[in-house]
Structures are given as structure tokens and as C-alpha cells.
Design a protein around this ligand. Structure first.
Ligand SMILES: C[S@@+](CC[C@H](N)C(=O)[O-])C[C@H]1O[C@@H](n2cnc3c(N)ncnc32)[C@H](O)[C@@H]1O
Length: 455
């Protein structure tokens, strides 16, 4: 009999596991692999460790209305605004990848005008609701919520597997709440805003009520016990939190209630801005990051932002690519050719190609072109927004680097290089956080804050 302590033989391992075991990158770090690129740019990367992720926002007014794993922390955005306060006492701010609107909400809390673009209609809706319902009376919100009819059931989205996503009793309660929300009249602006606030609250409790978890990708949570009453308990709490925050806004931020802030449903690669900006603060999708559409399909379906999988796919196909982009899109990219490349990108593409050849198999053999399209997309966004950045303005990005098929991709340094090609000065690049590579857990990646200056 085989000992349970015996090492698995190679034939028992998957190709992926064998590659991980044999990887020359085990125990490595991006700090080591980035050295030649850093030297070529003539910079250093000091540490500036700080919480840049969304997690602390669950306790922050307004930001807590909707959880968003991929969001910024509000305190990080505030620190950037504070650093620039001397030069820009009242900047116009842009976030081209606005997500749930953390940058814009924080800008508005300072009384600054802000704009954003976002491709996911659910996130655009969440951001705009967080930004533009500050004048709604908390008592009116509570009254409309308490008066929601309970006899007007509305079915779960037909294209989703709702009976697996939710327990039977939970699903029935969610359908009752959905029907109640749909029956709210929205003829006046005030009614529409209240309805939006309740819809936002409803969207933000769906995953907590489900048999799923988001860590950060959406998946089933086997041991989760959800009571049938969860939708009502969670929604009550969320509505009370929103009402309390409205009270706070109306007493402490009254002067900023009408400050212009909006997120436009648009593709940042080709959107023509009509405003000029002093500060661009953003975090683009990460290359080996997650799918910003499939991960939110439950909320998108329940709120009516997608009626089928085809609609979800067409939103996803417009986004800056991640590593599960459709093969057809990459084929088209190869055929039509890129807008941008540089010697680093070409070398990295060649190295990935060789590494995949050596391995004999890889999850995506078109990976070199996925990497190229990622930077091509970012180039387009950067070119567009830089043309609307005022002289003396700053473009600040937070991004993480990647390890792909044992090839290090210095995403932060490449973005800085693109910025420099587009005429910006690389003011500084700081290391904000260390991460572990998803493929080789012992390999340390970096998450950086890149500050580019337009002279
Ligand atoms: C890292 S998240 C930004 C999160 C944001 N900082 C926040 O705090 O909510 C990147 C966002 O970019 C959006 N996105 C991806 N490609 C886009 C494009 N081409 N145009 C506009 N938005 C895009 C995604 O939907 C996602 O919400």
C-alpha cells in the first residue's frame, strides 16, 4: 500500500502542477526581475506601504453603500488629494476606470468637481447613485422603503441559475422585494432617486444572501448557511446605513451637495472628454485580474442591466482585456494590428512565446497577444485622457505587475514608459503593497503607485 506521506509521482500531477514545481521563478520577486527595467528608466522604487484596497471602505460613509472588491480605499484617495492640495486647492478630477466611484465620491466630499467613465452599467449606476442622491430626505427614503408592497412578486432573471444561487425561501423573498421595488413610481426626480437608492441597497445584499462568495472571483460557498429572512434583515440594515449617511451629508457636507460629479457609461479607450482635468486618479483592470462582468452577473441580472449571457459578453468584449478574454477578440487584434508597441513589449511577447513552447502546453497559447492588447488598450486610454490633462496636472495610477508563463511583466514600469512616450514626466513610482503571484505562490509581486506629471 502506498504511504499517505509519499511524494506524488510526476504522472499523478497535472501539467500545470509540474510547471509550477519546475518554475525558475519559485521564491523570486518582481523587485529582482524589475531591476533591468528600473535601471533603463533611471528611477528607484521606494516603499510607501499603505491600504489601497476597498476593504476599509465598508466602514466609511457613502462608500459602504455597495461593497466592491476591486475598489480603492477612500483613505488612499484622500491621501492623494491631500498631497496635491497645495498646488490644486480645488482640482477637477477624472477617473477613467471609475468602478463604483470611490475617487469621485471622495472628490465630492472635498467639494471637487469630478468625472468618470465606466463600461459596466451596474457599476456606473452604483457610482452615480452614490454621487447624486445626497439631497434625498432620510425620512422619505425610510417611508418609501417601509411602504414597499409585499404582494407584487417579480421573477428572478431567467438567464441566471437562481435556484442554485439562492435557497428556496431566500429566492422567494428576493422576488417579493424585487417586485416591491419595481412598483415604486419614478415620475419625479425625487421618486427616481429614492428608487435608485433602494435598488442600490438591494444589489449590494445579493451576494450576502446567496450561496456564493466573492474572494475576489464569484464562486459557490459550500458551508454557507443563509436564513430565509436574510434578504429583509440585510436590506433593512443597508437602508438604515444609507439613511444615516444622508443625515450626515446633509448636516456636514451641505455645501458640496450640488458639486458636479458624474460617471459616464463609456469606453475609456475612445471617449472624447469635453472637460479639462487637473488630477487623473485611477486603477486600471489588472492584466491577470478578474472579469468585471461575469463577477457581477448576479447583480446585473437582478437589476436588469443584462438580460442574457450574450449581453454580458458584449460588455466584456469592450473592456481592457484580462487573461480570460475571448479567443476571437485576440484573433481580430492580431489581424488588425496594434496601435502601440515598444521594445519591452516585443521582448516580453517573445519570452512568453518561448516559455509556452518549452512547456508544451499553456492555458492560453495566445498569451503574448493578450499581453500586447492589454498595453495597447491602456495606451489608447492614456492618450485620450492625457490630451485633457492641464499643464502641471498629474496622472496617478495604481496597478499590479504580473508573472505570466514564468515571464515577469513590469506593468507599472511599462505604464510609466507609455506615459513618458506620451510626453509625461515620471515623477515617481512607489511600492504600495506586496502580493503573491496566483501561479507561483512563493513569487512576490508588487502593487505600485505611479505618478506622472504633465509639464
Ligand atoms: C480596478 S477597477 C476600478 C475600481 C475603482 N478604482 C473603484 O474604486 O471603484 C477597473 C474598472 O475599469 C472598468 N473598465 C474596464 N475596461 C474599461 C474601459 N475600456 N472603459 C471604461 N471602464 C473600463 C471595469 O469595469 C472596472 O470597474
Amino acid at each position: 500500500m502506498k504511504s499517505i506521506l509519499a511524494e506524488p509521482t510526476q504522472s499523478e500531477l497535472t501539467i500545470r502542477e509540474i510547471n509550477i514545481l519546475k518554475s525558475p521563478k519559485k521564491g523570486g520577486s518582481s523587485d529582482m526581475d524589475a531591476a533591468p527595467y528600473i535601471e533603463e528608466l533611471g528611477i528607484t522604487i521606494p516603499e510607501n506601504i499603505q491600504p489601497i484596497q476597498f476593504t476599509p471602505n465598508i466602514n466609511e460613509h457613502i462608500h459602504r453603500w455597495a461593497p466592491y472588491v476591486q475598489g480603492f480605499s477612500a483613505s488612499f484617495v484622500q491621501s492623494i488629494l491631500d498631497q496635491n492640495k497645495k498646488e490644486y486647492p480645488c482640482p477637477v478630477v477624472l477617473d477613467p476606470f471609475a468602478g463604483c466611484g470611490t475617487v469621485l465620491v471622495q472628490a465630492k466630499l472635498n467639494g471637487y468637481i469630478s468625472f468618470g467613465t465606466e463600461l459596466n452599467p451596474l457599476l456606473q449606476f452604483i457610482a452615480n447613485t452614490k454621487l447624486n442622491c445626497w439631497d434625498i430626505s432620510p425620512n422619505y427614503l425610510l417611508k418609501v422603503y417601509n411602504d414597499l408592497p409585499k404582494n407584487n412578486c417579480s421573477s428572478a432573471p431567467s438567464f441566471l441559475k437562481s435556484s442554485s444561487h439562492f435557497n428556496k425561501g431566500v429566492l422567494r423573498n428576493l422576488e417579493t422585494i424585487k417586485g416591491g421595488i419595481e412598483s415604486i413610481e419614478a415620475k419625479s426626480e425625487k421618486q427616481r432617486k429614492v428608487k435608485d437608492l433602494i435598488k442600490l441597497a438591494f444589489s449590494s445584499i445579493l451576494i450576502d444572501c446567496s450561496n456564493m462568495k466573492r474572494t475576489p472571483c464569484l464562486g459557490y460557498h459550500r458551508d454557507k448557511k443563509v436564513y430565509d429572512s436574510a434578504p429583509y434583515i440585510l436590506l433593512d440594515k443597508k437602508i438604515r446605513d444609507i439613511a444615516n449617511d444622508l443625515r450626515l451629508i446633509q448636516s456636514q457636507y451641505r455645501d458640496f451637495m450640488n458639486t458636479e460629479s458624474k460617471v459616464i457609461l463609456a469606453n475609456a479607450t475612445d471617449f472624447e472628454h469635453t472637460n479639462d482635468f487637473d488630477l487623473i486618479i485611477t486603477s486600471p483592470p489588472y492584466m491577470n485580474g478578474l472579469d468585471y462582468v461575469i463577477n457581477y452577473k448576479i447583480e446585473m441580472g437582478w437589476l436588469g442591466f443584462a438580460e442574457n449571457h450574450k449581453e454580458l459578453k458584449s460588455i466584456k468584449d469592450e473592456m481592457v482585456v484580462c487573461d480570460n478574454v475571448s479567443k476571437g477578440l485576440i484573433k481580430d487584434f492580431r489581424k488588425s494590428g496594434s496601435t502601440y508597441t515598444n521594445d519591452w513589449i516585443e521582448e516580453i511577447k517573445g519570452d512568453i512565446e518561448k516559455s509556452i513552447e518549452k512547456r508544451g502546453a499553456y492555458r492560453r497559447t495566445d498569451m503574448p497577444y493578450i499581453v500586447h492588447k492589454y498595453f495597447d488598450d491602456l495606451y489608447k486610454v492614456m492618450k485620450k485622457v492625457i490630451s485633457s490633462l492641464n499643464s502641471g496636472g498629474r496622472f496617478i495610477l495604481v496597478v499590479g505587475d504580473s508573472l505570466i508563463a514564468d515571464v515577469y511583466v513590469p506593468t507599472d514600469l511599462l505604464i510609466a514608459k507609455i506615459g513618458s512616450d506620451l510626453g509625461l514626466e515620471i515623477e515617481r513610482i512607489e511600492k504600495a503593497r506586496e502580493r503573491r503571484s496566483g501561479q507561483i505562490r512563493s513569487y512576490k509581486l508588487r502593487e505600485s503607485i505611479i505618478t506622472l506629471l504633465k509639464r
